[in-house]
Ligand binder design. Sequence first.
Ligand code: FES
Length: 98
Amino acid sequence: MAKNSADIVRDALVGKEIHMSEPVVAQTSPYGVEVEARQDYWWCACGKSDDQPFCDGSHRGTGFSPVQYTAEKSETFWFCGCKKTGDVPQCDGSHNKL
Ligand code: FES
């Protein structure tokens, strides 16, 4: 049986990653997190995690990867929520331009 164009497109996409060009805006404000000195944190860069601002593996297939952050000291750290920061993973106020 001959394949129609929808079948051909579906076949082409099966098993392949569908890359996102832009991250999802998780929220339009930063996440204030009490971090502990010398602890590693994995910031979600794709915006799809249900455990914001941290990675839960939902980036699979998006082309995005989480960003490691090691806290220098125990403090409140403001992780970017809009995923548009120029100072990954820290909020740089980019959410104010959305
Ligand atoms: S879930 Fe977003 S980077 Fe992993």
